[in-house]
Design a protein around this ligand. Structure first.
Ligand SMILES: CC(C)(COP(=O)(O)OP(=O)(O)OC[C@H]1O[C@@H](n2cnc3c(N)ncnc32)[C@H](O)[C@@H]1OP(=O)(O)O)[C@@H](O)C(=O)NCCC(=O)NCCS
Length: 336
């Protein structure tokens, strides 16, 4: 099924040439059968003026991230010019049960401001709701990306959570002092002071990998992870996943080391956080050419403890990077 639309024409701020104001017929249809490389090519144009520079990122990296995001090309959609069939906008969606996730959205600069994202969703939503019984679509958007927030709001998405990304070359806590103290580390947990060294940390932290991880026993998150950190998505690449936990505690880290991603965390005390992050550092810093680490799931409401989760990550050189909105749209009314 495809839709033919004539998007409203607005003066295009990227080009003063009057020809861009001509009315043009746009076709919206599923991406089923499309070579993912064609979507990557359109993404490169759409993201050519983006906050983050993707020009050095390989095609395969995009495609593998979409696979990990559980992308279903049949239920992803694009806009094409009728005149020459060129892809000018796209919405790529991952699907996990009744939930969908907007992995990537883009409109090439010459076609922006014509509500193409809204038009693609107007085509997609009834199909997602009726054929796939999708109840909710979620996405993340960098909070300063006003155009995108406006476009998603016009579709009916609303801001659900504020997320903080922390990023950096993870470093063991107070490395210099550690050396001076012959590898001793002081962890303070309220009134108690525990002196612990790296060997003890290694003994305290249990690590499971890939198929050995029993996700059913992974403790519930204090706050839900971001889509790519969900169990369904982690399982698409399960041999890359590492589960670090403490016996007799619900604290844990779920890490995708190759991507340098802390996909999920739970810290029930600052001592737990320090032990788990230090253990990650001990193993990680032994590796050659380690990837910078990032964690993208810190819910802004998770600042009740002292020190805050942000500060705990900060001790290990993971500093606040950008903030994101998690936006959702509920489709239940379309299912009836
Ligand atoms: C974000 C993006 C997908 C929006 O696409 P779109 O379908 O063109 O969006 P809309 O037509 O709904 O426009 C959204 C807002 O931006 C304005 N705008 C964006 N580009 C414009 C342009 N070239 N000319 C005029 N207005 C423009 C619109 O006026 C509108 O604001 P308004 O509601 O106050 O009028 C597109 O700008 C894009 O691809 N950006 C780069 C990649 C990106 O940021 N992707 C999203 C990552 S989460």
């Amino acid at each position: 099924m495809e839709h033919t639309i004539q998007p409203p024409t607005f003066p295009n701020t990227n080009n003063n040439n009057n020809s861009t104001q001509e009315e043009e017929i746009i076709i919206i249809k599923s991406l089923e059968g499309t070579d993912p490389k064609d979507i990557v090519q359109c993404s490169r144009l759409a993201f050519s003026d983006y906050f983050v520079n993707f020009s050095q990122v390989a095609d395969d990296y995009f495609i593998s991230r979409w696979r990990m995001g559980m992308v279903d090309y049949k239920y992803s959609f694009a806009a094409y010019t009728k005149r020459d069939g060129v892809m000018v906008g796209f919405v790529v969606l991952g699907i996990d049960g009744v939930n969908a996730y907007n992995c990537i959205t883009g409109v090439v600069p010459e076609y922006r401001g014509k509500r193409l994202v809204q038009c693609i969703y107007q085509h997609a939503i009834p199909i997602l709701a009726k054929e796939k019984s999708i109840e909710q679509i979620q996405l993340e958007v960098i909070s300063i990306n006003e155009k995108a927030v406006k476009a998603y709001t016009s579709v009916g998405f609303h801001i659900h959570r504020h997320l903080q990304t922390v990023k950096g070359d993870i470093k063991p806590i107070v490395l210099e002092q550690l050396q001076q103290l012959q590898q001793q580390l002081t962890l303070d947990d309220g009134a108690t002071q525990v002196i612990i060294d790296n060997e003890q940390i290694k003994r305290l932290v249990q690590v499971k990998y890939g198929a050995d991880i029993d996700y059913s026993v992974v403790p519930d998150m204090l706050y839900a992870p971001q889509w790519e950190g969900k169990v369904g998505c982690l399982k698409t690449d399960s041999d890359q996943v590492e589960y670090r936990y403490l016996q007799d505690s619900k604290s844990f880290l779920l890490v995708k080391k190759q991507l340098g991603l802390i996909s999920q965390y739970r810290f029930d005390s600052s001592s737990d956080a320090k032990i788990l992050l230090q253990s990650l550092c001990i193993d990680y810093c032994n590796e050659t050419n380690p990837t910078p680490f990032k964690c993208i799931t810190i819910d802004s409401r998770d600042s009740s403890s002292t020190p805050t989760t942000n500060e705990l990550f900060g001790l290990f050189n993971l500093q606040p990077s950008f903030t994101q909105f998690e936006m959702i749209i509920n489709l239940k009314s379309y299912n009836q």
